[in-house]
Design a protein around this ligand. Structure first.
Ligand code: 13P
Ligand code: ZN
Length: 275
């Protein structure tokens, strides 16, 4: 089968386009990766033309030998639908988990996203934490979430609690909460280590003054998670634009009742009494 005919590739492209349509991917902002299933790799292998091995910039031994669909560095999500072969690639990791090579795509040259270390370290953490269920790592620049990183304390507790309060579905969609990475230089191993530490506990990591990372099992769940967090952030931005004092909100006990009825566990550290 041709790569562009495969369902997993179509799903990847649709998700990238959905993010573009949401306004989360100005210029080359954001990046997306998918850990390809073994049978999916075999279904498109006939089109592979392996390039040279190159260093990932970090070590991900758990992912040795795996294949990933990943957007290209400097490529625009806006172009994924119309120039797929130019916009993303399939990479293979070597047996050490320290090098990658492009086996398909980026036909006009280029390399995988500059955030490849963060993507792969997040994938590695999630393979271990979810027994291989999570396959998608998504980074975007959604404006409301970024705006909140200028006004809320940069703590997991403050962000989780405020986002949960903005929409009743939130604690059900991300019951573990969200993590926050303070401002750091993007594109390297240090921010990848900080983000993947948070991904051991959460499926969402917010990068202060930059954007968000989400992890999930498939394209729908991962896009839906980013969408839910950003929608909640948008409501909070609207509330804060009207007032800095909520007249009423969802209380810690309300959350405890919700957790019981919806059968989710909400960590008590997010259900603190506010001053
Ligand atoms: P890339 O174009 O290298 O994917 O970088 C975009 C980005 O959002 C960096 O954080
Ligand atoms: Zn970014």
């Amino acid at each position: 089968m041709k790569v562009l005919e495969a369902e997993f590739v179509k799903g990847f492209m649709r998700m990238a386009d959905d993010g573009w349509l949401e306004g989360w991917h100005e210029r080359n902002g954001g990046n997306l990766s998918y850990r390809i299933k073994a049978e999916e790799v075999e279904s498109v292998r006939e089109e592979f033309t392996p390039g040279e091995w190159k260093p990932i910039g970090t070590s991900v031994p758990v992912l040795a030998g795996e294949y990933f669909l990943v957007t290209g560095s400097g490529k625009y999500f806006r172009n994924v639908m119309i120039k797929p072969e130019d916009s993303f690639c399939i990479i293979e990791l070597d047996v050490s988990g320290e090098n990658y090579r492009i086996v398909w795509g980026l036909v006009n040259g280029g390399r995988p996203t500059s955030e490849l270390p963060s993507h792969l370290m997040n994938h590695e953490v999630k393979v271990l934490a979810t027994n291989g269920r999570h396959r998608v790592i998504y980074h975007a620049h959604p404006a409301n979430t970024i705006a909140l990183t200028f006004v809320l304390p940069l703590t997991d507790e403050a962000f989780t609690r405020e986002l949960w309060e903005m929409a009743t579905e939130c604690p059900v969609v991300f019951p573990d909460g969200v993590g926050v990475v303070p401002w750091m230089v993007p594109g390297g191993r240090d921010i990848a280590v900080a983000t993947s530490e948070l991904m051991k506990k959460y499926d969402v990591a917010i990068w202060a003054h930059h954007g968000m990372f989400c992890s999930g099992e498939d394209f729908d769940l991962t896009f839906g998670l980013m969408h839910t967090v950003e929608k909640s952030a948008e409501i909070l931005v609207k509330v804060l634009s009207m007032t800095n004092a909520k007249r009423q909100t969802i209380t810690p006990d309300d959350f405890r009742h919700l957790a019981k009825d919806f059968n989710v566990t909400l960590p008590e550290k997010f259900l603190f009494e506010k001053e």
